[in-house]
Ligand binder design. Sequence first.
Ligand code: ZN
Length: 275
Amino acid sequence: METGGKGRQLLPGSINGKDQMGPGPDWTLVRYANPHYATKFKPMFILFRQTLVTAVAFVFAVTAGQVRAENSFSMVVIDPGHGGSDPGGIRGQIVPEKTVALDTALRLQRLLRGAGLRTVMTRSTDIFVPLSVRSAIADAERDAIFVSIHYNASPRSSAHGIETYSESNRGAVLAARIQQEIIDRVSTENRGIRSAEFYVLRKCRLPAVLVECGFLTNPTEAQLALTTAYREQIAEQIAAGIIEQRQFAFPSLAPTHRSGHLVHKNKKQRKIADL
Ligand code: ZN
């Protein structure tokens, strides 16, 4: 018969089952002395930091997305100049502006649709559409830009080159991209981006531009405008400028903006050519 603890197997370091190693360890010291502490708590810190960074990045992305959604566009209102009883250009002009403007605009429509943009034409056949109706068509659209396609005319047959018009600071941004794209590929004079009080631009609350795709009163450019290759090239470059603009936000609209940095064209002359 067992008596007392004689036969008990005592644990090393203990007497009668009691811990004889003194008071418990100083856990403050153990935390820092223990090499496993760093491997246990550091990943938690990294995880926390990564979560914080991800959260901040997410907030920025959402904010940027909203800004982009407000400023970008998915629709292009394409406005082929003139039409029907209004041939465009000036008296005695051999190549009618309305015909080449419509063809270029239809090519632009095809290219933009191919790039996933929605389009609306102010006219798609040889009909007369009043300027007020063109503006109303543009006004009915949201999330859109307005691009008017024209060919130029001048009493001076030597006048040649490409120019793009805008009325607001928002339109000027788009005009600059389109003008640059055309000049990059079409070998002619760069007449720059300009500001003029065209009715369709002045009345349009969308970012709006008017592209003059070459002078039909210039023998060389008139011959070019008669080729499908030239009109396709012009349409491609306008499309490239539009698609490029989708990557960038438009600036806030400046109501009093008069495009002070742009060259102002003789407005009387513009009225003769455009109306
Ligand atoms: Zn015109």
